[in-house]
Design a protein around this ligand. Sequence first.
Ligand SMILES: [Zn+2]
Length: 170
Amino acid sequence: MKQSLYSCPNCSNMELTYDGVKKYYCTACGWEFYQNTAAAVAGIFEYKDKILAVERNRDPGKGLFDFPGGFVDPFETAENALRREIKEELHVDLDQLEYLCTSPNLYTFKGIEYSTCDIFYLAHLDAEITKLDKSEIASIHWLEKSDLMPERFAFRSMQEAIKIYTSHKL
Ligand SMILES: [Zn+2]
């Protein structure tokens, strides 16, 4: 049985309807599916008056700057999601996190658009980063606060977070 987002996985009706926002439904059998907003986390990390930016090595946004982070897993807190991601990507143990803001984003992966609510935290690192996960990060960069140019970052949520961060911190 062929299944896709465009045929009903319950009754195979080929006329699955999309409400244009988040709901897919089948008028033949009543099946409904909600593609709800996913929670994601990212960290703005300070070390000796510089800010950590990582270069993405895969799409979406390959070659552009990113703040380290990722999706929140089921039954996980946002704080622990960020701690887990940073441990995986940068081999750093995070303790204190300071909430900064949230910002909506659209994340396109393999042709499917995911609506996310990105949660941003600030943290101070007490050591240089020496190891990184090359499968996710091409390189790391330490930027002056005055060099945090939103247009160099891959996602609009990060561009918004930079505006909020710099308006608080400069
Ligand atoms: Zn159906």
